[in-house]
Design a protein around this ligand. Structure first.
Ligand SMILES: C[S@@+](CC[C@H](N)C(=O)[O-])C[C@H]1O[C@@H](n2cnc3c(N)ncnc32)[C@H](O)[C@@H]1O
Length: 501
């Protein structure tokens, strides 16, 4: 009997086998990434359709249920970028049966990958196999769309759909309770190009796209991911270490722990928060920061009696109340959502919501200005709407003046100031969502005299503005009022979904 010779697999066949295995494993992980992305996309699109998002794309992706965070985030952003094109192509190609019509989000993601991503064949996944078999029809529909829109390339098509590409630098604030700035720079420089911010001393600037979510400095609370404008708020308050400070609307606590760090862990910070769920997040932020001088108060800031002993010694108040979050829409990637597409109707119901928010903001600011020992009050929002910003400040000016407060200029070197619709607008600070990537507003009230209460010296400096006597001289504002009104009409999301909080 002829003996069968044992033949070793030729090297080329072995390489081919290992290539196939690698390819299959990549396909499998892409399969899971697409399903994770589809789940998040579903929530995002449903929220957008109802104008009631359950969280920003980043918040949802970086939640505990998503395993491949980086890949999922990229896939969702890319799919959203191409979404209007994908929807037009699917409609024109008319390839979906009733089964796949019910799974929109997965279909969008797979179609993105087939038309613009890296899928050239797929042996894994029903949706992938179904759409791959219809690849030619999809490509033909895309080609017809280019002709119909009179453009030569997909890039031109995207430009036509007017989807802005916003890439923000990554800011991290060093938690000086745990680490000094120099050490943080050295540590982060091992992986990233790091610069110190020119205005906020404990803030570092990293290139756009630097992924820090899993970095040990973030996980240990040595640094916090916090935008520049958001980090300017506690710095504007400039609390002294031995003071008692009240953070009136504090969760999730980014600014609370910044205040604690500026006070070098001394004195006392009272962190007030109304929402029970958000109190949990606040406590988690405080735990991570290592601050031991913060007392959490679950309650309504408006219910605190300024004359009560626990509050009568408060020297500084930070009021960062709920707002429309319209200034952080681009950070939340709202511009990628279908409701932001050109030609979509403006959401006029938001005006009613804005008025409600502004009513609370005015009440809360007046309340903050009524604490007997308070010397500094910072009012801030991540909104670009005049009604939540300058108008709120304007409404409290008579009270502020009679209590001895005047507007002061935080960060005098910053060039973007308030809209010229209020006395002392030049003292107010704005950041612009396009130019500075986030739209924030900061007003700083400083008590220089006791007003009508008791006698205290009346000191002024070069950067103050007497709230009661300001001349209407400020005409140098550069922000486009019309744009602000448009934003007021368009802003529609609750601040609890913005990146700053
Ligand atoms: C803009 S967020 C604060 C963000 C926070 N300063 C930070 O930087 O992390 C506003 C917070 O105020 C809370 N809030 C709203 N009304 C309040 C009230 N009357 N009293 C206390 N907290 C309130 C909201 O639940 C929300 O958590």
């Amino acid at each position: 009997m002829a003996r069968r010779k044992h033949r070793a697999t030729p090297p080329s066949a072995a390489a081919e086998k290992s290539d196939n295995r690698r390819h299959l494993s990549m396909e499998r992980s892409a399969y899971f990434a697409r399903r994770e992305a589809a789940k998040v996309l579903k929530l995002v699109l449903q929220g957008d359709a109802k104008r009631q998002s359950v969280g920003s794309i980043k918040t949802l992706v970086y939640g505990p249920s998503v395993r491949n965070k980086k890949g999922t985030f990229a896939l969702i952003c890319q799919t959203l970028k191409y979404l209007l094109i994908i929807q037009d192509v699917l409609k024109a190609a008319d390839v979906l049966n009733s089964k796949w019509k019910k799974q929109d989000e997965l279909v969008y993601i797979v179609t993105y990958d087939i038309l613009f991503g890296q899928v050239s064949s797929s042996a894994v996944g029903d949706a992938e196999k179904f759409l791959m078999r219809r690849k030619e029809a999809l490509q033909a529909a895309l080609a017809r769309l280019l002709v119909k829109k009179k453009v030569k390339s997909v890039e031109e098509l995207i430009a036509l759909y007017d989807i802005p590409d916003i890439s923000n630098p990554r800011y991290v604030r060093v938690n000086t309770l745990k680490m000094d700035v120099e050490t943080a720079v050295l540590e982060l420089q091992k992986q990233f190009k790091v610069q110190k911010d020119d205005l906020v001393p404990d803030l570092l600037v990293l290139p756009p796209g630097s992924d820090l979510h899993d970095h040990h400095l973030i996980k240990n609370g040595n640094v916090f991911m916090q935008g520049k404008a958001s980090s300017m708020v506690a710095a504007a308050l400039a609390p002294k270490p031995e003071w008692e400070v009240l953070d009136a609307c504090s969760a999730p606590g980014n600014k609370t722990v910044h205040i604690a760090a500026l006070m070098r862990g001394k004195g006392k910070v009272i962190a007030c928060e109304l929402n029970e769920e958000r109190v949990k997040r606040l406590k988690e932020t405080i735990r991570l920061s290592g601050a031991s001088n913060i007392k959490v108060l679950h309650g309504d800031f408006l219910d605190l009696n300024p004359e009560d002993p626990p509050y009568s010694k408060v020297r500084a108040i930070l009021l960062d109340p709920s707002c429309s979050g319209s200034g952080t829409a681009s950070v939340r990637l709202d511009h990628l959502l279908p409701s932001s597409a050109p030609g979509q109707a403006a959401d006029f119901t938001s005006i009613e919501r804005l008025n409600k928010l502004a009513a609370f903001q005015r009440k809360a600011l007046a309340h903050a200005l009524s604490f007997p020992d308070v010397e500094r009050v910072v009012y801030s929002t991540c909104s670009v709407n005049q009604v939540e910003n300058e108008d709120v400040v304007k409404s409290v000016l008579p009270l502020a003046a009679s209590n001895g407060f005047q507007l002061e200029t935080p960060f005098p070197e910053w060039h973007r100031r308030g809209l010229p619709v209020v006395e002392g607008a030049e003292c107010l600070l704005r950041t612009d969502p396009k130019e500075d990537k986030e739209g924030f507003f900061i007003a700083l009230f400083v008590r220089r005299s006791s007003g009508n209460r008791s006698e205290k010296p009346n000191v002024t400096d070069g950067h103050t503005h007497r709230a009661s006597t300001a001349k209407r001289s400020y005409v140098g504002a550069h922000l486009n009022l019309f744009k602000m009104f448009a934003h007021a009409h368009l802003s529609r999301r609750n601040c609890s979904h913005c990146d700053c909080c």
